[in-house]
Design a protein around this ligand. Structure first.
Ligand code: SF4
Ligand code: FES
Length: 276
């Protein structure tokens, strides 16, 4: 029997509603599946939970004992009772959001979440009013766990802590895949498409763009295309076609094959004339 098939289902409640869930699910996964809103910043379903932002805290009661836990990393259990929206949780989230407003006042997502909880200013010292990074580590985890590059990582401690390429030098081994841009919850990572390079900041990455072998238009980051070609075991040249030229080539091939089909059919329908 496969491991998947042998998994048990458990029964739990979230805000008084009863749900069945796979015993390996987390409270956050079950809540999200059933449309129960729990605020998150550092969670992404594609990578393992890191539980750094703590915003997803809930009250979990099991066997008569209630604890505050982070729902993105807390597994469900038979008989678990979860509350996601109590005054105690609001107090914790408000304090956290005040801290994030000081840490990343430039992040719109942080300001929106804070406003949702009635927090519009912070008691804590703001170091950089433009800062957007909340040090959630999603960019680092995605680069390491999904893309397999580990181009960026945490450096320093305390208030100096940051995510950076090695030695704070411009990132050299970047594929230009843009995964870090996509997952960053606060818009702290941005990409800019130039005529010849893709720039990704704040990593200082400059990834040369490959061009279409027919029309010369940029088709994508050269390093990413090379990696895809290697994984697909095809010649990189085959990927160097822009969407328009790919369509035209595909259209041409279709037209040629349908002409061949028509000629074949015509040949079958009317036998070749014979010489008397
Ligand atoms: S850059 Fe974005 S994804 Fe990376 S740690 Fe900062 S907030 Fe998180
Ligand atoms: S989403 Fe759970 S700790 Fe950040």
């Amino acid at each position: 029997m496969s491991a998947q098939a042998s998994r048990r289902m458990v029964t739990l409640t979230i805000n008084g509603q009863t749900y069945q869930a796979d015993e390996q699910a987390t409270v956050l996964q079950v809540a999200q599946k059933h449309g129960v809103d729990i605020p998150t910043l550092c969670y992404h379903p594609a990578v393992a939970p890191y539980a750094s932002c703590r915003l997803c805290v809930v009250e979990a009661t099991l066997r008569g004992r209630t604890r505050i836990v982070v729902s993105c990393a807390y597994p469900v259990a038979e008989g678990l009772a979860v509350e996601t929206d109590t005054p105690r949780l609001h107090r914790i989230r408000r304090t956290l959001l005040e801290l994030y407003l000081a840490q990343a006042p430039g992040a719109q997502r942080v300001r929106e979440l804070a406003a949702q909880y009635g927090v519009t200013e912070t008691r804590f010292a703001v170091r950089d009013p433009k800062e957007k990074c909340i040090l959630c580590g999603l960019c680092e985890r995605v680069c390491a766990e999904l893309i397999g590059r580990s181009g960026i990582s945490f450096a320093y401690r305390g208030v100096e802590r940051k995510v950076t390429p090695p030695f704070e030098e411009p990132l050299k081994n970047c594929l230009g895949c843009g995964a870090c841009v996509f997952v960053c919850p606060t818009g702290a990572v941005v990409e800019k498409l130039g005529a010849e390079v893709l720039e990704i900041e704040p990593w200082g990455a400059r990834v040369p763009l490959a061009t279409c072998r027919v029309c010369g238009e940029p088709v994508g980051p050269a390093a990413a295309l090379e990696e895809i070609a290697e994984k697909l075991q095809v010649d990189t040249e085959r990927l160097l076609l822009c969407a328009r030229c790919r369509r035209q080539q595909h259209g041409g091939e279709l037209a040629r094959s349908s002409r061949r089909d028509r000629e074949k059919l015509a040949g079958r329908a009317s036998p070749a004339p014979t010489l008397e």
